[in-house]
Ligand binder design. Sequence first.
Ligand SMILES: NC(=O)c1ccc[n+]([C@@H]2O[C@H](COP(=O)([O-])OP(=O)(O)OC[C@H]3O[C@@H](n4cnc5c(N)ncnc54)[C@H](OP(=O)(O)O)[C@@H]3O)[C@@H](O)[C@H]2O)c1
Length: 270
Amino acid sequence: MNSFSSGERQPVYLPLRRTGRGLRTDPYDGVVDFEPGRIGTLGILGAGRLGRVLARLAVSAGYRVVVAASGDPAPISRAMAALGATAGTNASVIAQADAVVLAVPLNRYRMLPAELLRGKLVIDAMNYWWGDGVRDDLSDPRTSTSETVQRFLPGARVVKALGHMGYQDLEDEARAAGVPGRKAIAIAGDRADDLDIVCRLVDELGFDPVVAGPLAAGIMLEPGAEAFGADVEAAELRAMLGRFPSSQRGIVVARARGGRLWEKGSGSDD
Ligand SMILES: NC(=O)c1ccc[n+]([C@@H]2O[C@H](COP(=O)([O-])OP(=O)(O)OC[C@H]3O[C@@H](n4cnc5c(N)ncnc54)[C@H](OP(=O)(O)O)[C@@H]3O)[C@@H](O)[C@H]2O)c1
């Protein structure tokens, strides 16, 4: 099932899980937990439905969370404080963050501050959605939308994740590791070390991480593919990804890419 159109449901809150094995001085708050290979401060660009749920889950998981909407942080600062997060401008959020989640409408990706994101781990949760209008650059089956975002953000390390599950399911389904029925979130990226970091984030947010493949394989998580909207356990999510090549969408994508879907990258699970 998916929750892109679901009604209101009661959220299930995760217990706070702090895992810090060390401390570092934080220029804003004093001292925070720090663990090498783990994101300490998570930035989120976008304070809408997705951005707020991710902020809440990340705060519950022990991350320091900073969030920006499109302009002045004042209108969202109270709501962010209620979640345990801090509001800022795009620039201040990016400056503070170890990794930045893109949770803005995809049709606005060209407004992202590419220079500021240079060198950052960027987690692309954006989808080409009906509200984005008709965009040739976002609907070309030869490229995943995350590859398009990566080209716009040279020097950033883009990983696709947290975009295929509806925000309401994210809110409702987060569970501690090992709890039966825990749902899974797929991740696509080109660098093994970044995939490891994002897998850990996904796990700590309350979901089983499933590596789908390189960034080009992110097209399996986009609207039009079976895994888009998936709110399923890891085995079923892997099965959906496995069916992609023989699906109607997979055949269209392979044809557009000259008969091959993508090269196996470091991100490949298989
Ligand atoms: N909704 C879901 O269930 C869901 C699930 C997975 C993925 N996604 C994807 O996540 C993205 C956001 O979806 P949403 O439903 O959360 O949208 P939304 O509720 O409309 O929120 C969009 C947010 O993006 C902000 N924003 C717009 N341009 C920005 C910019 N240049 N810099 C910083 N923030 C900016 C908006 O701020 P202002 O209000 O100031 O304009 C607003 O806070 C979309 O790409 C969507 O496909 C959504």
